[in-house]
Every structure is written in structure tokens, then in C-alpha cells.
Design a binder for this molecule. Structure first.
Ligand code: FPP
Length: 245
């Protein structure tokens, strides 16, 4: 079944994705885990293209969590190398579709060659305004919130902020990317029903779409299906459904 984008009346401005199942995809084929990640990197590219086509402004992918540092060094090293080669492969795509690259997470914890490669593309695409591609790298939502609290505490200490004026907006303004709107849709592949420390604050009101498809098999059509499912949802933000007259 192919999806006609023209029939989608609501396109989410921001879609966040938990790319799970690379390891299982590889295992089922008798391949190494890194082969699964490589195939997964092709899905990232497909989703970027599909999102640009559908008019989604922001895409955030969970590429490496703070917990992922505990994986075997060989896999961590393979993922870092893959990140560099993927950026080389995506670069043209970013320019062609007016996509700005941004990173969220502990940038300074990444190996120097990765930081340098990322910075090059961040700078080269900084002027694009149509779309934003955010890679969550060495990212953990609880750390992000703790970092925000530290920044707020510093301001209170310096007398720049009053404790009683701290509200939800204050927290949101001190997260890593305060200018980025909250995702309206969160997609998780490979069927797990967990948030895994991803955007805990920002996903408070998001619609969740969980699919059994492994990330390496999640391509354009799968992304459009998720958009279609989003179109069928009724978002109420804690309110009540509008009554028919
Ligand atoms: C989770 O699958 C996936 C990851 C930890 C890495 C995701 C990384 C990529 C798709 C590589 C490229 C990304 C970019 C942005 C260039 P898993 O290994 O936990 O799978 P499993 O649960 O089946 O073992």
C-alpha cells in the first residue's frame, strides 16, 4: 500500500525517533552488530529524505545514549567511525534539501575526530532554515535535566533569577536546544515499549508510534505510515474532545 502525502492534513513539525533493533536485524542474518548499524545508517538517510518530502521541519534521532558507552569498545568504536562515514554520505543530502545539522548531548565526550567531523557539517549547514536534523549523541535526558537545574541554580546564586519565578518555561529554556519545539510524534522501532532516557521533558504530550519493524528495515514508506497513523490520532493535551453541536 502506498501512501499519498496529499491526504495527510496534519504534518508534525517535529518527529523524534528511537532507532532500535539494529543488533537483532544483524543477528537474524548471521551478521555482526556493526553491519546492522551500517544498514541502520541507510534508514536515517531514507527518513531524512522522506521527512523533507513530507514537510517535517525537525527530525531528532537517538543515535548514541549516555548508557551506550558501556557497550563493548569494538562496537562503540565502530559506531563512532560509522558516524563519520555517514556524515560524509549524507552531506550532499543536507545541502540539497536545505537541512541544518545540530547535535544534542555531551559533545565534549565524543572522540576528537568525531567532534571535528560533526563541527564541519554543523558550520556548513548552519544557515539552512527549511529543516533541522538533530542527532542525539552521548545523550541522556536525566543528565540534560540535571544540567538545566545546575544552570538555573547558578543564576539564582548570582541573583539573576528569583526562586519563586522558576516555572516550566524556565526549565524548558535551560535544556540543550531551547529553541526547538517539542516533538509532536515519537517513533520507536523494534517493538520495545520504553522511553530509554530519551527527551523525557520534551515528549510529555507527544504521540507515540511503536512499530515491530527493526530500524534497518524502517525506510520511506514506514515513515509515511507513521505520519498517517499520527493523522488518525486525536490530540487533546489533557482537555476534552470537542462536542458535536
Ligand atoms: C540501537 O540498536 C541502535 C543504536 C544504539 C545505534 C543507532 C545508530 C545508527 C543507526 C547509526 C547511524 C546513525 C547516524 C545518525 C549516522 P541496538 O543495537 O540496541 O539493537 P538491538 O536492541 O537489536 O540490539
Amino acid at each position: 500500500m502506498s501512501i499519498d502525502l496529499k491526504n495527510l492534513t496534519r504534518i508534525p513539525k517535529h518527529v523524534a525517533l528511537i532507532m532500535d533493533g539494529n543488533g537483532r536485524w544483524a543477528q537474524e542474518r548471521g551478521l555482526s552488530r556493526i553491519e546492522g548499524h551500517k544498514e541502520g545508517a541507510q534508514s536515517v538517510r531514507a527518513v531524512l529524505r522522506a521527512a523533507a518530502q513530507a514537510g517535517v521541519e525537525f527530525i531528532t534521532v537517538y543515535a548514541f545514549s549516555t548508557e551506550n558507552w558501556k557497550r563493548p569498545p569494538q562496537e562503540v568504536d565502530g559506531l563512532m567511525k560509522l558516524l563519520i562515514s555517514s556524515l560524509n554520505a549524507y552531506e550532499q543530502e543536507l545541502h540539497d534539501n536545505n537541512i541544518r545539522l545540530r547535535i544534542m548531548g555531551q559533545f565534549e565526550r565524543l572522540p576528537l575526530p568525531v567532534r571535528m567531523r560533526l563541527q564541519k557539517t554543523i558550520d556548513a549547514t548552519a544557515h539552512y532554515t527549511d529543516h533541522t536534523f538533530i542527532i542525539a549523541l552521548s545523550y541522556g535526558s536525566r543528565t540534560e535535566i540535571a544540567d538545566a537545574v545546575k544552570k538555573i541554580a547558578e543564576k539564582v546564586k548570582k541573583g539573576e533569577l528569583k526562586t519563586k519565578s522558576i516555572d516550566e518555561q524556565t526549565i524548558a529554556e535551560h535544556l540543550y536546544l531551547p529553541d526547538v519545539p517539542d516533538p509532536e510524534l515519537m517513533i520507536r522501532t523494534s517493538g520495545e515499549l520504553r522511553l530509554s532516557n530519551f527527551l523525557l521533558w520534551q515528549l510529555s504530550y507527544s504521540e507515540f508510534y511503536i512499530t515491530d519493524t527493526y530500524w534497518p528495515d524502517f525506510r520511506e514508506e514506514a515513515f509515511f505510515e507513521a505520519l498517517e497513523a499520527f493523522n488518525r490520532r486525536d490530540r487533546r493535551y489533557g482537555g476534552i474532545k470537542k462536542q458535536e453541536p
